[in-house]
Design a protein around this ligand. Structure first.
Ligand code: C2O
Ligand code: CU
Ligand code: CU
Length: 510
């Protein structure tokens, strides 16, 4: 019952239309979102509370815990060796009824993997789940056969070794998560995801700036403490839980000294939640994106949108006077989608920042951080189209499918080819009425511009990314070059869409 390629929606006569993907007429951005008709939602079953409605308060206000670091068992310099066990584990969430998660090494979130540029990484996966799984190294430039593709599953009870070497220049904030065919969404919402940091031995950010790692995940609990399966609406809009967690905790407290600057690395490890991050009373300085540091700090930001799978590095400075607190929150964001129980658009507190009574002198940031070269002039171009459509299924039911170039994922099909080391320009055009975060495996890309309503806006700064939000009826243009041969995935990172086939295969050839 886990294998769902399609969603059954409504009944005869209550046809819901997600997109105007039929027409090729009109330029991009000229498409008008169609009217959306939705059948009234059935009252939710008791075991499956609507998203964003806490069934019971989880403990809040605990000091933020540090992530548990995965120990390196290698004694050889520049080799990182360890084991990840995919296994079920119970954790107390609601009083009296422990929650069973699917985990890496019994931890939610998974253990922190901390490695250095130039390291050879050898990680053994032991699959103790009853489903096949893989480990995908999201954003890292690893060879395709080591990247946990859905075509390389690890069967229940089986083990495999992943091995790769991290090139110089790859320092950044990454993550790892399962990527098996059709099961990615479920394995991640049940707890399987962890942060992976590639460090540089010559990091320009002063080491005296204290670092905080924040893994934001989404959890839906039923009243009995279990994690319910996806509903048809989840398969359509992407699952949102009734709790947002930071390092597995609900609304924990982070301490900061007045005057102190902290470096926050934040991962959006949710299946489908858009985090429009703001810190009350403070601005934030953006210093890094998915694939590492920016050329220069971008100060004075009131908010930062972090789509599913994206990461940022921020500098937060405690410039209010103590005693005081601030709240890191996710502001309302409309990402489209359907239904009266569609994606939430509430302000959600994530973390309380508590000023201590100590004081610290501010530490200045260098004015330049990372010499990111522009990728250069593209010699090939590709255009991808995101759409979602309604097929007429049997029995009058409509099937909604999420497609790239009109197709659903087929692991045996090659959808695109690129030549090794050729600079390409890709335009991803979203012809659906909801946002979809585009993600490409194997390398980092540079966003060039975004086009909406006929207006093209150049990207304000050069940054390495592996995931970029493509808003409803928007087109995003980026530059990319693949440096290893073999098959790569590209897909929507709303994991319910990915798991239903909003994914393609890129073959990198000589
Ligand atoms: Cu984070 Cu193909 O995924
Ligand atoms: Cu990935
Ligand atoms: Cu999507």
């Amino acid at each position: 019952m886990d294998r769902r390629r399609f969603i059954l929606l409504g009944t005869a006569g209550s046809v819901a239309v997600l997109t105007g993907c039929g027409g090729s007429g009109g330029g991009e951005g000229a498409v008008t979102p169609p009217a959306v008709t939705v059948p009234p939602p059935a009252s939710p079953p008791v075991s499956n509370p609507p998203p964003s409605t806490p069934v019971s308060p989880l403990t809040v206000g605990q000091p933020l815990t540090n992530l548990v670091r995965l120990a390196n068992t290698s004694t050889t310099p520049n080799v990182f060796a360890a084991t990840l066990v995919a296994q079920r584990a119970s954790k107390a969430m609601l009083p009296g009824s422990p929650t069973e998660f699917w985990t890496y090494n019994s931890l939610v979130p998974g253990p922190l993997i901390e490695v250095y540029e130039g390291d050879t990484v050898r990680i053994r996966l032991e699959n103790q789940l009853s489903q096949e799984t893989t480990v995908h190294w999201h954003g890292l430039p690893v060879p395709p056969d080591q990247d946990g593709n859905p075509m390389d599953p690890v069967a229940p009870g089986a083990t495999r070794l992943y091995e790769f070497t991290l090139p110089v220049g790859s320092a950044g904030t990454y993550w790892y998560h399962p990527h098996p065919h059709e099961f990615t969404a479920e394995q991640v919402f049940r707890g399987m995801a962890g942060l992976l940091i590639v460090r540089s031995r010559t990091d320009p950010v002063p080491a005296a700036i204290e670092e905080k790692l924040l893994v934001i995940s989404d959890l839906r609990l039923a009243t009995d403490g279990t994690i319910p399966a996806n509903t048809p609406m989840d398969w359509q809009n992407g699952r949102e839980g009734n709790y947002l967690l930071v390092n597995g905790q609900h609304r924990p407290v982070l301490s900061i000294d007045p005057g102190q600057s902290q470096r926050w690395r934040i991962l959006n490890a949710t299946n489908a939640r858009y985090l429009r991050l703001a810190l009350t009373g403070h601005t934030m300085t953006l210093i890094g994106t998915d694939g590492g540091l920016l050329r220069a700090p971008v100060p004075g930001l009131d908010e930062i949108l972090l789509a599913p799978a994206e990461r940022v590095e921020l500098i937060v400075t405690a410039n209010l006077s103590a005693p005081t607190t601030a709240v890191l929150q996710s502001l309302p964001y409309d990402r489209g989608g359907m239904g009266m129980m569609g994606p939430s658009s509430a302000t959600i507190p994530l973390l309380t920042v508590n000023y201590t009574t100590a004081t610290r002198a501010a530490i200045a940031l260098p004015s330049t951080l990372n010499a990111i070269a522009d990728l250069g002039l593209p010699i090939q171009s590709k255009r991808l189209v995101f759409s979602s459509g309604m097929g007429m299924g049997g029995m009058g039911g409509g099937m909604v499918s999420f497609l790239i170039d009109g197709k659903s994922f087929d692991p045996a099909r090659i959808d695109l080819t690129s030549r090794l080391n050729e600079i390409e320009q890709w335009t991803i055009e979203n012809r659906s009425s909801m946002d979809h975060p585009f993600h490409l495996h194997g390398t980092q890309f540079q966003v060039v511009s975004r086009t909406r309503n006929g207006t093209t806006i150049a990207e304000p700064f050069v940054a390495w990314r592996d995931t970029v939000n493509v808003a409803a009826f928007e087109a995003v243009t980026l530059k990319v070059v693949q440096q290893q041969l073999g098959k790569r995935m590209y897909h929507c990172h709303i994991l319910e869409h990915e798991s239903q086939g909003m994914m393609g295969v890129l073959d990198v050839i000589v």
